[in-house]
Write a protein that binds this ligand. Structure first.
Ligand SMILES: Cc1ncc(COP(=O)(O)O)c(C=O)c1O
Length: 391
């Protein structure tokens, strides 16, 4: 029998995505409510169909188009960046449309690192970021956040060494729901400027803030343009997850390397999705305002439900995205607790270990994917399950 060649050590070091593991348990336990997946319940606004009609009118749309994105979409993004993010750029020089923010991240890592370089990830991190760093042959340098899941700029600065190429921040955060204050984002951006690093900011949840929390884009800081890579996505806000459209704002000197990478991986972002994105962005944030308002209501109710757990499960302020990160009083391994929650209580969440949280027993709860009724039903089961399964 022939054996296959060895899987390279680089790939063996990449964590197995945990979503399919939990997904299998969900399938084996019909009726389970999933508070696992980080998606929203709504789809794109109906306006996208006029974009698709425009796509159909032009036979050349079936051919490859520009690596960087179609000019109409670059134009929409340029205006949006100015109005919503206070980032004033010429899209031709600074913006690349990607097949989602994940691709923007992979493009960024490949463009700014050599194999063996280090990339600083505050923990908890988004698992695909850590995976991308390892896939690129680089080393994730994981730096803890504080007890409220907030950045610790002094620790980030201490973690910089001669191999460090970038610091990554995600705000609003997956998996904690934390929103970083402007001052901390500025502090990280300054560390990057002073130490010759890139600041990669993932802003996929920019519109998902609640109460008094405000999203702040590092890309608007004066002088940030030469070392800041800002990643955006239509997946969450416009309900575009399967359409695969995001974009990156990059320093002008990275345009050539990023285009080389994207040309090799993708050639061009799917053109039909880009036309749909033009129509969606022309509809603007009112297209998803109702959805986010509904999430704000669900979030309030969840906070009240979780309070019933007292010190069995605590959580930091989660003023953004659609996540809570629970610190559960349990000796169990988080993945084992997740399995028991699915099997005995028919509710699924994600283990904190997937996000680099090796200590204690932490669980991520996502409330974006379900109708408010189902999300609250799932939360009820979770609270009941944690009452039963914790110490
Ligand atoms: C922080 C973060 N960035 C990026 C993504 C993926 O976004 P996209 O669908 O645009 O690739 C997610 C999805 O969960 C996310 O949580």
């Amino acid at each position: 029998m022939r054996s296959h060649p060895e899987i390279p050590a680089r790939m063996q070091g990449v964590q197995d995505p945990v979503i399919p593991i939990v997904g299998e348990w969900i399938r084996d336990n019909p009726g389970t409510i999933s508070l696992g997946q980080g998606v929203v319940s709504w789809g794109p606004p109906p306006e996208i169909y006029s974009g698709i009609a425009a796509f159909r009118e032009e036979p050349d749309n079936h051919k490859y188009q520009l690596v960087q994105g179609i000019p109409q979409l670059l134009g929409c993004i340029q205006s949006k960046l100015a109005v919503d993010n206070n980032i004033w750029v010429r899209a031709q020089e600074r913006v690349v449309v990607t097949a989602g923010a994940n691709m923007g991240f992979m493009n960024s890592i490949l463009a700014v690192t050599d194999p063996g370089d280090e990339v600083i990830l505050p923990a908890p991190f988004y698992f695909n970021h850590e995976m991308a760093v390892r896939i690129a042959g680089c080393v994730p340098r994981v730096v803890p956040t504080d007890e409220n899941n907030q950045l610790q700029p002094a620790l980030l600065a201490e973690a910089v060494n001669e191999r460090t190429r970038a610091i990554v921040t995600i705000s609003p955060n997956n998996p904690s729901g934390a929103v970083y204050p402007e001052a901390d984002i500025r502090a990280v951006n300054t560390i990057c400027a002073d130490r010759g690093l890139y600041h990669i900011t993932d802003e996929a949840y920019e519109y998902f803030t609640y109460g008094g929390a405000r999203h702040f884009s590092a890309g608007c800081i004066q002088g940030a343009g030469e070392h800041t890579i800002s990643l955006f996505s239509l997946s969450k806000s416009y309900g575009f997850a399967s359409w695969r459209i995001g974009y990156m704002v990059i320093p002008p000197h990275l345009m050539v390397p990023v285009k080389k990478i994207q040309d090799t991986n993708l050639i061009c972002p799917p053109v039909i999705s880009q036309h749909a994105a033009v129509a969606a962005m022309n509809a603007g944030p009112t297209a998803f305002a109702t959805g986010i308002r509904a999430l704000a209501g669900v979030r309030e109710k969840i906070i009240r439900l979780l309070a019933g757990l007292g010190d069995k499960a605590t959580f930091g302020p989660a003023d953004g995205a659609f996540y809570f990160l629970l610190n559960v009083r349990s000796q169990q391994k988080p993945l084992e607790l997740v399995r028991q929650l699915v099997e005995r209580h028919k509710v699924a969440v994600m283990p904190g270990t997937a996000f680099g949280l090796e200590e204690g027993c932490q669980l991520r709860v996502a409330y974006g994917a379900l109708s408010p009724e189902n999300a609250l039903e799932g939360m009820g089961r979770l609270v009941e399950g944690l009452q039963a399964l914790t110490d």
